[in-house]
Design a protein around this ligand. Sequence first.
Ligand code: BT5
Length: 265
Amino acid sequence: MKLDIKVVQDNMKNKFIPEIKYFDSVTSTNELALKMEDNLVKEGLVIVAGEQTKGRGRLQRNWHSPKNEGLWMSIILLPEQKNKDKYALLTLIGALSVQKAIKDLDINSTLKWPNDILYENKKLCGVLSQFKSVGGSIGRVVVGIGLNVNQDKFNDEIKDSSISLKMIKNEKINKEKLLVKILDNFSNYYNMFKNEKFNIITERWKKEMGMLHQNIIVNSLDKEKYKGKVIDITENGELKVQLDSGENKTFIAGDVSIDKNSLKL
Ligand code: BT5
């Protein structure tokens, strides 16, 4: 069923979100949020869509966003420049906000650095943060959230690696209530960010992430593969890994997977 945006608006308690714009169909809510003219942008403005025809993951990957079956949205932020080196935390905040909201449905999920929520190793939600520069420095941050809500099935390409809330609970989920909770949580976490309580955010993340102290492989942006053990999330939201060589390395981006070979040892 189509999202009833009026119900969402009527139930929003927090003052951080000035407006929620709903569209039946867009290419990508992130694309829209990035293209929006500066004079129309307000901090906390949310764009939600019924479907995305060109939903995006990281590195231009595809994000499947079928009509009325998920929450596909972007939150626009105008954070202070002085905290630039902490912007990666905004992605972590997106995932924490969704995870807390689905806990209220009695769903225990785990976070996977930097942008996934997993349930029994299947992907339930992905977050994509993008930036728009104004006058040479980052002026606008767009936190895009894609959450699988009421799908009964996925296409062949992702069916073994994806899951929806409905598949977990065996019942249809109320998207309006869920969206209100996610945005309330986001506003609370963003307040922590603005108050520079970065360590609360990273500590919470560490508590909820599945790979702490595990042997993993990082495929980094420089296309190198690194093997090691996850030891921390830094105050800047980076993944800190103790490499097999003994040296510590931090990653700001990358794809992480469990090192299955090391489990056999
Ligand atoms: C992500 O990228 O997980 C970020 C997804 C962000 C989506 C939101 S929706 C609203 C906003 N507007 C956008 O255009 N995007 C954001 P990444 O970690 O790179 O994962 C992408 C991979 O996840 C794909 O290559 C597929 O393998 C898989 N995938 C695609 N659609 C999926 C889905 N609906 N559920 C689970 N996995 C999916």
